[in-house]
Design a protein around this ligand. Structure first.
Ligand code: N7H
Length: 514
């Protein structure tokens, strides 16, 4: 046992703070505050939108009643929420005073952290859901020296920039360039005011033990674009169905919960510290999107066809780049024209696997290009048996304003907007990093041996800032390679975090002795 950097005076205040959960006098006010904060928003009507086309969340009763149900009282809510939030603030912080921080975390903050149970129960859902996660430098600052056995997490995302396809970190937001961000709080609600109020309460509770490193305000897009990201495509349709948490819709990939939740069935890394069970690694990326430039590319390269107007040809090119039309309808099921009713139906919009009778799935790109974003990031029937090990739970949300008339007229981006990309996985190198490096940026995936070249994922494929060859986009000649000079998505940085189980907030992370 080692004493962690003992301060000159370990004040009585800190001892009481540390014991917050067991000292009756301290626990009562915390619970009173909690009860006051949870006004029981009607389920689904407050924090979350309900864009058509996305699978819903299970009720608490259903999720808790499944065989092999997860430890929903200990898992932080965002891990299983998906792309449903109306407003979200990402508040990145530095820990300035670890001793005071630990006291506040255990005594005051833990009770404000939203669990999956609370999220799913209409009588418990808070006005603002709050989650907290730590980078490796954050854990080290807290004196937690345990090896979480994830090399990418230990090194931090800045060290990973080139291998993710970024041209180094020169375009990154300064706060992410290095290992200066110790943690992030994710605050989600239906109004910015509620988020601001919750943030000031939390800042008050942490006091000077933290300082702000950076913040990113994000929000679902307005009106009928709710659930659609800035290019206009419905997001969050295809998520893995975690065995023991939810029933799968037709075509949804069922994965063992340990692919996302540490220590659960199917987590192949059994050597991590026991206290990390029910946690998950969070990959955060601020991905700037160049919308007028993307639209111009579609316009200039619109697919030609006797059955297509120019506009329909442009829409088809976009759909072939994503693998879905803007409504969410998969081109594998509707290969020429959008079908909004199909896009809006979660029982049908995932029910495909790129295979069709009489078709050679390794050669035929008539329906869906091998390079399409959804085929690169989830190859479905291209891999047999279907891949379950390299799946992620996405919990992203758009940031930045709508296009301005000036940007539309000049066809040039002048304001930062994009996707606050969030994914959860029990192993960063099997989840986010795998999808980016081994699939999206790999010009030979999935069928490089059979075709001359598949090329990059045209949406997220990164080639260190250089032009990206992509093939399969033109259904008139699928072998035609298009070299895309513009990066429609540029990473502005990010960090890898560990989202701990809630019990660790008053356990391992609050301890002074190691
Ligand atoms: Fe992607 N988008 O919002 O337009 N993504 N994504 N993504 N993505 C998907 O099926 C998008 C990014 C995955 O199971 C859709 O939900 C944008 C990264 C995976 O069929 C749309 C960006 C990574 C899937 C988008 C971006 C992924 C997926 C279709 C960057 C991982 C599910 C709707 C700005 C490395 C595939 C849907 C499946 C789908 C968007 C980034 C992964 C519309 C704009 C960085 C696994």
């Amino acid at each position: 046992m080692r004493f962690f950097a003992a301060p000159a005076i370990l004040s009585t205040f800190l001892v009481v703070a540390l014991l917050g959960d067991v000292v009756t006098g301290a626990i009562a006010p915390a619970h009173a505050a909690l009860a006051k904060r949870r006004r029981g928003s009607p389920f689904g009507s407050s924090i979350f939108g309900s864009p058509k086309g996305q699978s819903g969340l299970p009720s608490l009763q259903n999720a808790a009643g499944l065989p092999g149900a997860l430890n929903l009282n200990n898992i932080q809510s965002d891990i299983l929420t998906g792309v449903k939030k109306k407003k979200e603030l990402f508040f990145f912080f530095k820990i300035v005073d670890p001793f005071r921080f630990k006291g506040a975390l255990s005594r005051d903050i833990k009770s404000r952290i939203t669990t999956v149970s609370q999220l799913l129960d209409p009588t418990q859902q808070p006005d603002t859901a709050v989650n907290i996660a730590f980078s490796q430098s954050g854990l080290s600052t807290l004196g937690v020296k345990d090896n979480l056995r994830d090399g990418a997490f230990a090194a931090g995302q800045a060290a990973d920039a080139s291998s993710l396809g970024d041209p180094g970190t020169s375009r990154w937001v300064q706060a992410f360039d290095g290992t200066n961000v110790h943690g992030v709080m994710l605050l989600a609600s239906d109004t910015d005011d509620k988020i601001s109020a919750e943030l000031s309460t939390i800042q008050g509770l942490f006091g000077p033990s933290i300082s702000e490193a950076y913040r990113l305000q994000a929000a679902a897009r307005p009106g009928d674009q709710e659930g659609h990201e800035h290019f206009g495509y419905l997001d969050g349709i295809s998520q893995p169905a975690l065995d023991g948490f939810t029933q799968a819709n037709p075509g949804q990939t069922v994965v063992p919960p340990g692919v996302i939740i540490i220590g659960e069935r199917g987590d192949t890394n059994t050597k991590r510290p026991k206290w990390t069970k029910d946690g998950s690694f969070l990959a955060f990326r601020q991905l700037q999107q160049f919308v007028p430039e993307f639209n111009q590319f579609l316009d200039q390269n619109a697919i030609a066809g006797a059955d297509l107007t120019h506009e329909q040809g442009a829409a088809l090119l976009g759909a072939r780049m994503f693998g879905r039309f803007k409504s969410g309808a998969p081109i594998d099921l509707t290969p020429r024209f959008d079908d909004p009713a199909l896009g809006a139906d979660p029982t049908r919009n995932n029910d495909f696997n790129f295979m069709h009778p009489g078709m050679n799935v390794t050669l035929d790109q008539t329906r869906c290009p091998f390079s399409a974003h959804i085929r690169k990031t989830n190859p479905r029937g291209d891999i047999i048996p279907q891949n379950t090990a390299n799946q992620i739970m996405r919990s992203s949300i758009p940031y930045g304003p709508e296009l301005t008339p000036d940007e539309i007229a000049s066809k040039t981006t002048s304001i930062d907007r994009g996707l606050a990309f969030v994914s959860y996985q029990s192993d960063l190198s099997a989840g986010f990093r795998f999808q980016q490096q081994v699939w999206a940026d790999n010009t030979a995936f999935p069928f490089g041996k059979n075709t001359t070249n598949v090329g990059f994922d045209p949406i997220i494929g990164g080639n260190q800032g250089n032009a990206r060859p992509v093939s399969g986009l033109d259904p008139n000649d699928a072998s035609r390679e298009i070299t895309i000079a513009t990066e429609f998505v540029k990473a502005k940085g990010g960090e890898y975090f560990f989202t701990p189980p809630v019990d660790a907030l008053s356990g391992r992370l609050a301890q002074f002795f190691f």
